[in-house]
Design a protein around this ligand. Structure first.
Ligand SMILES: Cc1cc2nc3c(=O)[nH]c(=O)nc-3n(C[C@H](O)[C@H](O)[C@H](O)COP(=O)(O)OP(=O)(O)OC[C@H]3O[C@@H](n4cnc5c(N)ncnc54)[C@H](O)[C@@H]3O)c2cc1C
Length: 398
């Protein structure tokens, strides 16, 4: 990772507060307005991503030196939480794009190729996707079958990727693969492939329970490009220091946003009920108080970990990010947030009763619940639990 002065340090509070208001306005006017249609048709939320482009939000994590907004990870997490309140799929797309941007910002700034790429990303508001999952290895991020083949200053790479969110709409894809055809499965690199330099043959469709607008279709990606498009840092370091913590922070943040919106629906429902029996606290108001406490726990958990990561990024030696303790806490955040979202949204559904269960009611929580169940699968929770179990055999908290 580069020195801390090249990392996005964050926008001043008044400027960031204005941006949060703007994000809420985009959320209400664009994301929420199209969320049901995006979900029903499992279509890419063009309107949302166009609005984020117009607001220059696709380069929010790019340091100011390259023309970006220079928001820090705490601020990015907040923006993801805001968008989660309006459309889970749009928020997920934004969060996944930000993870890829962070990988480049943290690990490739020293490269003239990526310096120029970051400026281009800012100018053109390019959308970045990710292909880590692979046919044959599933969700094991630290193992690849495909390999990049470098010849002179060029490369060729083919990957069978069963899930690439918004693969068709993306401008660029960051792909994990083996470092060379002779390298072992775990000796991986991260390669940027650019629209126009790859073909994508569909492998599967995307007709899922939730996060339907992420359009996470599978493709065989066949690509070529310049060897300079291979990130200069080994993927193992990119994963430990950036992709792993950043993913779990931005995902947990947008899941919190989905939970906040479900609770808001429940609150609106209870208010209407309460008006029918003035002077009496309805039973579901007690349920509302209970679920509000759980939501607070979830948000506190996300905030504590996000601040820890931000502080380590800014002030600690990079080894701090590769410690077992930090990795276990990262995993715990994901395990906890992906379970709490289901708990909170389920409780909100109980409060709203049949009105929450219906697809055609203004209190419907059906989409929230369907999206909520995707959280545990984005890197399967059992896989994560097994990693923690292994690390905990040797790691002891001080
Ligand atoms: C909404 C959404 C968007 C996504 N977007 C992308 C994307 O853009 N790019 C991308 O690359 N991927 C993406 N994914 C894929 C995702 O991150 C996982 O890699 C993928 O869902 C794993 O699929 P799986 O659960 O079938 O496979 P696995 O992780 O292989 O799990 C299958 C089953 O095997 C078990 N299992 C397998 N190995 C182990 C092990 N070692 N320890 C314990 N249990 C094990 C699991 O517990 C599970 O029960 C997305 C997924 C979702 C839900």
């Amino acid at each position: 990772m580069n020195e801390s002065e090249t990392l996005p340090a964050g926008a001043p509070k008044p400027i960031f507060d204005r941006l949060v208001n703007e994000a809420h306005a985009i959320g209400k006017e664009v994301l929420a307005a199209n969320a049901a249609d995006v979900d029903r048709l499992a279509r890419f939320p063009n309107e949302s991503i166009d609005a984020l482009r117009r607001a220059r939000l696709l380069s929010a994590y790019v340091p100011k030196a390259f023309g970006g907004m220079g928001l820090n990870v705490v601020q990015i997490a907040k923006v993801c939480e805001v968008f989660g309140q309006y459309c889970g799929s749009s928020a997920m797309i934004y969060a996944m794009h930000k993870i890829q941007v962070a990988c480049v910002v943290h690990h490739a700034q020293g490269s003239p190729y990526f310096q120029s790429y970051l400026r281009q990303l800012v100018d053109e508001q390019r959308l970045m996707a990710s292909a880590t999952t692979e046919m044959g290895v599933g969700g094991d991020l630290r193992s690849s079958i495909c390999a990049v083949e470098v010849e002179g200053d060029s490369f060729r790479l083919t990957k069978k990727a069963p899930v690439i969110s918004y693969g068709e709409a993306a401008d660029d894809i960051l792909i994990t693969c083996r470092k060379s055809p002779n390298a072992p499965a775990s000796e991986q690199v991260h390669v940027l492939v650019r629209r126009g330099d790859y073909t994508a043959e569909p492998l599967s469709t995307w007709d899922t329970l939730g996060f339907r607008g992420t359009c996470s279709t599978g493709f065989t990606v066949t690509s070529h490009g310049k060897a300079a498009q291979i990130l200069p840092t080994p993927f193992a370091d990119i994963l430990a220091q950036t992709m792993h913590p950043f993913s779990h922070i931005v995902w947990s943040s947008l899941w919190s946003g989905i939970a906040i919106d479900a609770l808001n629906q429940a609150r609106a429902y209870v208010r209407t009920e309460a008006r029918k029996t003035p002077g009496e606290t309805p039973l579901n108001a007690i349920r509302l108080a209970e679920v509000d406490r759980v939501l607070q726990e979830m948000r506190n958990n996300v905030a504590t970990f996000t601040h820890e990561y931000h502080d380590l990024l800014m002030h600690a030696p990079r080894e701090a990010l590769t410690s077992f303790g930090f990795s276990i806490r990262t995993n715990n955040l994901k395990l906890s947030a992906s379970q709490l979202i289901v708990d909170i949204v389920g409780r909100a559904m109980l409060i709203c009763g049949i009105s929450g269960y219906r697809n055609d009611s203004k209190y419907s929580i059906a989409r929230h619940l369907r999206d909520a169940y995707g959280a545990a699968l984005m890197v399967n929770n059992d896989r994560i639990m097994k990693h923690n179990a292994t690390m905990l055999l040797v790691h002891k908290e001080g």
